[in-house]
Design a protein around this ligand. Structure first.
Ligand SMILES: CN1c2c(nc(N)[nH]c2=O)NC[C@@H]1CNc1ccc(C(=O)N[C@@H](CCC(=O)N[C@@H](CCC(=O)N[C@@H](CCC(=O)O)C(=O)O)C(=O)O)C(=O)O)cc1
Ligand SMILES: N[C@@H](CCS)C(=O)O
Ligand SMILES: [Zn+2]
Length: 757
């Protein structure tokens, strides 16, 4: 008999370790302190802890293959044998990390945002002909490891349609080729994988297909049908759950319903109970009623009502998370500094598992024949009573409603700035942060723990600023930065200084690879009680005659990288944060700072996955940025910066920000931004990155020169800036010094060429 799906599950779980054990082991491995064996031991311990904990919490079905040394999409590329030729000469472990991070000889694959999250995946590169080949070792090993603990698991794998939709065509391939053209070949490997898992005795497999909640054209939907018809029709296979997190399935639901897959995972937090749910009758519905995307406690009554609405049409219903829990921290119990009233409204991963278990138990506990209540089945975002009820937004605090959001015409500003700043052609700048050295992080840990007096910490921060300024002067950078040594994180730093936010001590969430953040919690009305960056910006400017950029994080990014209250429209939250940043811009100007960068790397992040909802969001996002920046005087040069996302898709919105200079990731994305058709019309300064700061690899002068020349080929010379892709905080000083030396030299050579032309 086929194994039925147990009553409760999660679609995935954090893997970095409750105390970032994986991060520490990875970084020790990369710097040569520990070998591959020790790294593997830590990894195994983390997997085992997770499986045992989920079992002990009473979860019905425990997932496996949710662990990754770097990224689940990269793991899927390895699983399918989709390793580009340039990495194949390396030993397997080295090839894996080379694809993720590069080596001195080989550049890494691209990295970009995973749907609308702050998690980043490695972009697979697919060519038109290379054969795929199953390498199921990791998936099978995890099944066996868990089995040794007496736990049967459900392997979780990125599904074929999502995998290929997120991949990019290998450079130099035939025109018009798209990775999805190879769906049939890839599905054949998934079929082999299912056979291998069946032979291993695995009962259920989960294929994650978040791409199904986006707008798909008819050809892709036909591909979905073909893929799952083929996988579903196999006789000797485990039962198949196709999970669709992050939104509503829409037109993909009837397509999945028409195939012989066994279960469908629905995100019932972001989406409503589908009107055509009945089409799934006969299949199991894995009902995602507990949010994997936020830290608010679930309103169990509303979730139970949603479950009842599903059960009214579907016989087999499993209580689950809306998506993997990898987007939330491990355990609220680790936090001892939160206000009690806020804490009561929170649930981290462990608490969410407990919610799921209790919801799954509820029908068993309910008295026989108890009347159903008639609460409507709606998404948590609309009904979450677990979300905080903060103070109402007033017209004043919403700022944007009251303030003008237009500056003078660009030509007027550009003339005023040129006269004031007197910058050379192809000005060289950096994005803001300089290396966060272990000493600096240790000092901050000492400050927070009380072992380092504030005055000593301040002295160290100022010494670090001086070091960064002197280095930039020595290298010949034109627009300097103070290096952000006082910041733990570009969002958390501001959240700690603004009213309306709480921060955690251990609430780490993986952002990419070994890098984590502690997303702040925006739970009340946002206000700026005092200037946040002015003192150190003024100090940095006092050390040099060159201009030092003030450095702020923009309202969209502060909001996107926080867990935000759900009882106030996003547009109002953005405006509140925008108003706080506007006041900071004014204070920086008053302190004599002539260039102010307001970073918006997350501008595109919250872009709704469905096109119909995107315009409203972009209007809010652009509006909030303009609230933040439009108070600046004409001669104040406003910069913005974007990275890690397919920014090209929102070029009009970037233009609408009306920043005087935009620096944008380009080196890591293989110059994609330069090929965007609207780019030559971009009327203001633009700095496409010439140094991929994610890689320990130092680019050579010629390489940087080529990237500058590529920018000059599509943009007028007087608009081009020269800068790295992003901040330098994850690099070391020797890497930064070498790379910036090459960047400055390359810019100088290109300037000579321009002068001679
Ligand atoms: C630019 N990006 C950012 C994103 N999101 C953010 N919220 N912030 C970003 O900068 N998204 C897109 C991109 C890419 N993503 C990231 C995310 C994270 C990092 C990064 O470098 N993170 C650091 C942690 C930063 C931090 O908060 N550090 C604290 C804690 C210091 C610490 O670890 N202390 C140690 C003890 C140290 C000692 O005693 O020796 C400890 O607690 O164990 C701080 O500096 O105070 C990371 O290391 O992951 C980059 C890009
Ligand atoms: N100013 C920030 C931007 C990162 S996106 C930094 O340099 O780290
Ligand atoms: Zn950046």
């Amino acid at each position: 008999m086929q194994t039925p799906f147990p009553p409760s599950t999660v679609l995935g779980y954090p893997r970095i370790g409750p105390h970032r054990e994986l991060k520490k082991a990875l970084e020790s491995h990369w710097d040569g302190t520990i070998g591959a064996d020790e790294l593997a031991k830590t990894a195994r311990e983390l997997r085992e802890q997770t499986w045992l904990r989920l079992r002990d919490l009473g979860l019905g079905a425990v997932p496996s293959n949710t662990f990754s040394y770097y990224d689940q999409v990269l793991d899927t590329a390895v699983l399918l044998g989709a390793v580009p030729a340039r990495y194949r000469a390396l030993p397997p472990g080295d090839a894996y990390f080379a694809m993720a991070r590069g080596t001195q000889g080989v550049a890494p694959l691209r990295m970009t945002k995973w749907f609308d999250t702050n998690y980043h995946y490695i972009v697979p590169e697919i060519d038109a002909t290379s054969p795929f080949r199953l390498d199921a070792a990791k998936v099978l090993d995890e099944v066996r490891e868990a089995r040794e603990l007496g736990i049967e698991t459900r392997p979780v794998i990125v599904g074929p349609v999502t995998f290929l939709s997120l991949a990019q065509a290998a450079p130099g391939g035939p025109a018009g080729f798209a990775p999805l053209d190879r769906l049939g070949d890839v599905v054949a490997v998934y079929a082999e994988l299912l056979a291998a898992l069946h032979a291993e005795g695995v009962s259920w497999v989960q294929l994650d297909e978040p791409i199904l909640v986006t707008d798909l054209d008819a050809a892709v939907l036909a591909g979905v049908r073909a893929a799952y018809t083929r996988l579903g029709d196999r006789t000797a296979r485990p039962r198949l759950l196709v999970a669709a997190p992050f939104g509503e399935l829409g037109e993909a639901l009837p397509v999945l319903a028409s195939t012989a897959i066994d279960a469908v995972g629905l995100d019932l937090v972001r989406g409503r109970v589908p009107a055509d749910l009945g089409l799934l009758a006969g299949k199991t519905v894995v009902a995602g009623v507990v949010s994997g995307r936020d830290i608010w406690r679930t309103h169990l009554g509303s979730a139970a009502a949603t479950l009842r609405a599903v059960r009214a049409q579907i016989e087999h219903v499993v209580v689950a998370t809306s998506c993997s829990l990898q987007h939330v921290p491990y355990d609220l119990a680790l936090e001892d500094g939160l206000d009690d009233e806020l804490r009561e409204r929170l649930a981290f991963a462990e608490q969410k598992v407990a919610e799921i278990v209790s919801l799954a138990d509820a029908p068993a506990r309910a008295p026989q024949g108890a009347p159903e209540t008639s609460a409507p089945a709606r998404g948590v975002t609309e009904r979450s009573e677990g979300a905080p009820q903060g103070a109402p937004v007033t017209a004043d605090s919403a700022g944007g409603k009251a303030v003008p959001t237009a500056r003078s015409p660009y030509a007027v500003r550009a003339a005023a700035q040129a006269a004031h700043l007197r910058l050379p052609a192809l000005p060289v700048t950096t994005i803001g942060s300089f290396p966060q050295t272990p000493e600096l992080r240790a000092a901050r840990t000492g400050l927070v723990g009380g072992s380092l007096p504030a005055a000593d910490y301040d002295r160290r921060v100022r010494a670090e600023i001086e070091r960064a300024i002197r280095l930039q002067e020595r290298l010949g950078v034109d627009v300097l930065v103070h290096g952000e040594p006082e910041r733990n994180d570009m969002v958390q730093f501001f959240a700690e200084r603004l009213d309306g936010f709480a921060v955690t001590k251990h609430g780490w969430v993986q952002s990419y690879g070994s890098r984590c953040t502690r997303p702040p919690i925006l739970h009340g009305e946002v206000k700026r009680p005092a200037p946040m960056t002015v003192e150190l910006a003024a100090y940095a400017q006092s050390l040099t005659d060159k201009p030092v950029k003030g450095m702020l994080t923009g309202p969209v990014t502060i909001t996107a990288w926080s867990f935000v209250r759900r009882d106030v429209p996003l547009g109002d939250l953005l405006d509140q944060v925008g108003a706080a940043i506007r006041d900071e811009v004014a204070d920086l100007e008053a302190a004599g700072i002539g260039i102010i960068q307001v970073d918006e790397p997350a501008l595109r992040e919250l872009l709704p996955l469905r096109r119909a909802e995107q315009a409203e969001y972009l209007a809010w996002a652009v509006g909030a940025y303009r609230v933040a920046t439009s108070g600046a005087a004409d001669r104040t040069q406003i910069h913005t910066h974007l990275c890690y996302s397919n920014a090209a898709e929102v070029l009009d919105a970037i233009d609408a920000l009306d920043a005087d200079v935009t620096t944008i990731e380009s080196a890591r994305s293989h110059g994609t931004i330069l090929g965007v058709s609207g780019l030559p019309d971009f009327a203001r300064g633009l700095g496409p990155g010439v140094y991929d700061i994610h890689s320990p690899r130092v680019p050579g002068v010629e390489e940087v020169e080529k990237l500058i020349a590529a920018a000059l080929a599509v943009l007028p010379a007087d608009r081009v800036w020269v800068n790295p892709d992003c901040g330098l905080k994850t690099r070391t000083y020797p890497q930064v010094e070498a790379a910036l030396t090459h960047v400055v030299r390359a810019a100088a050579r290109q300037r000579l060429r321009l002068a001679a032309a």
